[in-house]
Design a protein around this ligand. Structure first.
Ligand code: OGA
Ligand code: MN
Length: 288
């Protein structure tokens, strides 16, 4: 129908997020995508049930949001030969998947934080394995004035070696899976309060990669970061999605934290992640 929206938007019962139906995202025209992009900036998380994107469709859809940090990667406990990886404390891929179970934003440990991600479900367990997101815009808005003032000028280092180190995942030079992010030698230093480059909204920037706030003692820094993350992830600022194969989502990594929920890791879970690169003008952080 002329003039009508090319898709339907049903807001989640939270401060953010919407289910989008009535569209195949792979077939959106330029005007349709422009409307979708504005909706994405508003809601920060769009969920598209039943898309069943091919690999090429996922890459192409993600590219419409901006150039890739990486085009597509499996987030999976299944090996190429179809076997399920053992939860034996030795498999680095399992350690990365377990790391994803802590609240975080993607690539804050890289010089340039990610803009967002297109994420799709392929094989999902019957129970568990949901993905959660938390609204860091609403979290900032809900802080009491004293806390806002306390954190206004604070910064934290972000490191994947730090966050994975807590789980016993050590960086080993030359290890097949210790590569991405684990090779960063000098952690970037990022403000705890970040301005979203496209909406102008203030966002709380914490998560599991953050540590070592300069000017605070180690314990004080850890307690503050934990308290802020715990506050951010309370209702109505949080939503967990129960996946069905074929679901696709796109989230704004500048506005939301996310995490995977645990599942029985003897069961396969296969997801694909296309990471959209951050704009260095707003997402770059030097290490000091
Ligand atoms: C990721 C991630 C969460 C999940 O792919 O960056 O954190 O639910 N995934 O698998
Ligand atoms: Mn992640």
């Amino acid at each position: 129908m002329a003039g009508s929206s090319p898709f339907r938007v049903e807001p989640l019962d939270a401060t953010f997020g919407a289910i989008v139906t009535g569209v195949r995202v792979a077939e959106l025209d330029a005007a349709g995508f422009e409307a979708l992009y504005r909706t994405w900036l508003d809601y920060a998380l769009l969920i598209f049930p039943g898309q069943h994107l091919t690999r090429d469709e996922q890459i192409a859809f993600a590219r419409r949001f901006g150039p890739p940090e990486f085009e597509i990667a499996p987030i999976s406990n299944v090996r190429a030969d179809g076997s399920v990886r053992p939860e034996d404390g030795a498999d680095d891929v399992i350690k990365v998947l377990k790391g994803n179970m802590g609240w975080h934003c993607d690539s804050t440990y890289m010089p340039v934080q990610a803009k967002g991600a297109v994420f799709t479900a392929h094989v999902v367990p019957d129970e568990g394995g949901e993905t959660g997101w938390a609204d860091m815009r609403a979290a900032y808005d809900a802080l009491d004035p004293a806390t806002r003032e306390r954190i206004a000028d604070l910064k934290a280092y972000h490191s994947l070696r730090y966050s994975q180190g807590k789980l016993g995942h050590e960086h080993k030079a030359g290890s097949a899976y210790s590569g991405y992010g684990m090779t960063v030698e000098e952690p970037p230093l990022r403000p705890l309060v970040k301005i979203h480059p496209e909406t102008g909204r203030k966002c709380l920037a914490v998560g599991r990669h953050a540590f070592g706030i300069p000017g605070l003692g180690e314990d004080e820094s850890e307690r503050l970061l934990e308290d802020l993350a715990a506050f951010a992830t309370q209702p109505p600022r949080v939503y967990h999605h129960k996946w069905a194969p074929g679901d696709a989502v796109v989230w704004d990594n500048r506005a939301l934290m996310h995490r995977a929920c645990p599942w029985d890791m003897t069961k396969p879970r296969v997801m694909y992640h296309s990471r959209i690169a951050g704009d260095p003008a707003s997402e770059f952080a030097a290490h000091a």
